[in-house]
Design a protein around this ligand. Structure first.
Ligand code: HEC
Ligand code: HEC
Ligand code: HEC
Ligand code: HEC
Ligand code: HEC
Ligand code: HEC
Ligand code: HEC
Ligand code: HEC
Ligand code: HEC
Length: 285
């Protein structure tokens, strides 16, 4: 199974990251030298990502954050954990790569009692994300995401891998999630960055909600309003210029007003659409 996964990821690499590297569009994290608890373990991105073709997502979707030396701040970053299959040990288990209880000196340069490999100065090098814009989503709700614009104040590890895996389309982003502080919403909450209610800053076109808006009122059945259905017959402006706020609950709809031709009643009057007195058309259950 692991072998198959490995081959698969190799294909992903060849088709995806290979191109990115070839164009010089992304750089990985360079060499990383661990000094705690012991001096010195060397991890080489070049060797793993370029020479061996492992995709970024294999390590940066939960195994390691994209922040150099973060792992060594954890108390369990030691051989015991590696033998149990954590950290480097998730591959260095004798199947996918040489086992962690063998060839100590290939990882260690200078552990007591083992050969010292004086590798000169591999230090972590600065990394940049993909150049250009990543398109998230399809249809009207698509969003262009810029790594460059985010790089000014953030490091890779702010998003990878706690918020987003370092690979495309692994997370399904929904506005519901964003409003609840997931994905983009973990920062775009009006405090750390502009609020998620400022649609235009992320969306070139304001997309209509894909799911029905549901209204529950005591004593009557729930009402579902479908954008999918109504927008096929009317332009956004026909409803959002004067009739409705572009925010659920923002219009404070009341039946009395509808009977007088406002809100839903401006069409649901027995002419343009079914009459508002036909309660069961809207109120279900
Ligand atoms: C075999 C595992 C592995 C692969 C594959 C891998 N990385 Fe890493 N990466 C690491 C480790 C380990 C760290 C250090 C994490 C730590 O010390 O906590 C790291 C750190 C980073 C950092 C932070 C560097 C810094 O200076 O703070 C970046 C950026 C990064 N990786 C980008 C990438 C990119 C882009 C790819 C794909 C091209 C990639 N990595 C592939 C294991 C990997
Ligand atoms: C996603 C799987 C994966 C992870 C995680 C991983 N490695 Fe590797 N590593 C490999 C593979 C595959 C090879 C090449 C196969 C082999 O040599 O057995 C390799 C090779 C190496 C080599 C041999 C370099 C050489 O050619 O002499 C070293 C050293 C190494 N890894 C260190 C580390 C360290 C340190 C970590 C953790 C910080 C780590 N690796 C995490 C997959 C991984
Ligand atoms: C795949 C890479 C890898 C191999 C192989 C490896 N180590 Fe480690 N070792 C690490 C990493 C990563 C750490 C934690 C970072 C550090 O201490 O710099 C570590 C930490 C240690 C530590 C200090 C923490 C602890 O567990 O007590 C000792 C001692 C150690 N290794 C001994 C060995 C010996 C002995 C071998 C061979 C039998 C070996 N290592 C093989 C990667 C490796
Ligand atoms: C503000 C958040 C954020 C920051 C900071 C960030 N990224 Fe990303 N990154 C993303 C998002 C979002 C995606 C797309 C995820 C998806 O498609 O599901 C992504 C995707 C990627 C990909 C996959 C690209 C592809 O086309 O396959 C790589 C590689 C990557 N990021 C590297 C980096 C590196 C390196 C850094 C640091 C210089 C970084 N990222 C910083 C949010 C971020
Ligand atoms: C780790 C925090 C963080 C995450 C996660 C994040 N952002 Fe941002 N974003 C920022 C900060 C900080 C700024 C700059 C300050 C501001 O404009 O409020 C910014 C600016 C922007 C901008 C304006 C700059 C530009 O590109 O024109 C857009 C658009 C944007 N983010 C979209 C997104 C999208 C889409 C996502 C999710 C895929 C996302 N952001 C995820 C922190 C984040
Ligand atoms: C911080 C950036 C950001 C802001 C601000 C934002 N969105 Fe989104 N939105 C996204 C991203 C990223 C997606 C995912 C793209 C996709 O899958 O189509 C998305 C998806 C959507 C979708 C399709 C998925 C779903 O949940 O139904 C709709 C509809 C949508 N947004 C509407 C809005 C509206 C309306 C606003 C303003 C009230 C808004 N968005 C503000 C980033 C943002
Ligand atoms: C037939 C009328 C109608 C049409 C046409 C229409 N909408 Fe709406 N829209 C509504 C109503 C009703 C609400 C909810 C108002 C309320 O609850 O106060 C709403 C709410 C919204 C919201 C806020 C959703 C939320 O969860 O807060 C967005 C965004 C929106 N519309 C976008 C659009 C876009 C974009 C179009 C055109 C593609 C469009 N609407 C076409 C009637 C319409
Ligand atoms: C701009 C005109 C317009 C407005 C405003 C409007 N509708 Fe409609 N609606 C229509 C038309 C036209 C139809 C199709 C004819 C019919 O079924 O009566 C329709 C059909 C419906 C249907 C039946 C759809 C189906 O799937 O069969 C429901 C339910 C409905 N509307 C609910 C509402 C609600 C709730 C509101 C207010 C929040 C509203 N409509 C506002 C024009 C409108
Ligand atoms: C065209 C769709 C539609 C029809 C037909 C309709 N309603 Fe409503 N009704 C709504 C909407 C939309 C709301 C507002 C929900 C909200 O904002 O929470 C609502 C709210 C209500 C409320 C609570 C608010 C208030 O005004 O007291 C009652 C009670 C109610 N409807 C009863 C009725 C009765 C009785 C009928 C039939 C005579 C009827 N409705 C027909 C769409 C409709």
């Amino acid at each position: 199974m692991k072998k198959i996964l490995f081959v698969l990821s190799l294909l992903v690499f060849v088709s995806g990251y290979g191109r990115l590297f070839a164009s010089g569009a992304i750089s990985h994290g360079g060499d990383i030298v661990y000094t705690k608890p012991v001096k010195s373990v060397i991890f080489s991105h070049k060797l793993h990502a370029e020479d061996r073709g492992l995709s970024c997502g294999m390590c940066h979707s939960g195994l390691f954050d994209a922040v150099a030396l973060k792992a060594q701040q954890k108390n369990d970053f030691n051989m015991d954990s590696l033998y149990k299959g954590k950290y480097c040990g998730s591959c260095h288990n004798g199947q996918m790569a040489f086992a962690s209880n063998t060839q100590c000196a290939r990882c260690h340069a200078g552990v007591k009692g083992h050969a010292v490999h004086e590798k000169k100065g591999p230090v972590k090098s600065p990394a940049s994300g993909p150049e250009g814009l990543l398109i998230l989503g399809k249809g009207d709700s698509f969003v262009k995401f810029s790594h460059a614009k985010h790089a000014a104040s953030l490091i890779c590890g702010d998003c990878h891998s706690g918020v987003f895996p370092m690979s495309r389309d692994k997370t399904k982003v929904t506005m519901e999630g964003i409003y609840q502080g997931e994905s983009c919403g973990s920062c775009h909450n009006g405090k750390n960055a502009f609020s998620s209610y400022e649609c235009k800053k992320c969306h070139e076109k304001t997309p209509a909600p894909a799911v029905d808006l549901t209204y529950k009122n005591k004593g009557t059945g729930a009402v579902k309003f479908s954008h999918e259905f109504h927008k096929s017959a009317f332009k956004c402006d026909e409803c959002h210029k004067n009739l409705f706020a572009m925010r659920k609950g923002g219009s404070r709809m009341k039946m009395d007003a509808m009977y007088n031709g406002r809100f839903c009643g401006s069409c649901h009057n027995g002419n343009t659409a079914s009459n508002v007195t036909d309660c069961g058309k809207c109120h279900k259950g």
